[in-house]
Write a protein that binds this ligand. Sequence first.
Ligand SMILES: [Zn+2]
Ligand SMILES: [Zn+2]
Length: 86
Amino acid sequence: MLPLDPQADPGRRAWVACPSCDDARGCAPCEERRSCSAHWRYLLTNTGSLLHLQCPSCTHVWVHESGFGATRSLWSRVTSGRAAGR
Ligand SMILES: [Zn+2]
Ligand SMILES: [Zn+2]
């Protein structure tokens, strides 16, 4: 088991399934993708749409591609493309 990252802060949480322990399996709020009070991950840092997460149950650390940043940059490309076409 890894120690908890010094940046782990219970005030910054992310609701992403842990690829290591799968502790949210069979949990109703998690399967409905709601904010479960039992199953959440520490959000250590985020770089654009990449989230660095740590699981409080098994202390696994991984990077999750949220896709939010990609969506926003695609949207800005679409909107700036329209403006340039005028
Ligand atoms: Zn885990
Ligand atoms: Zn849950």
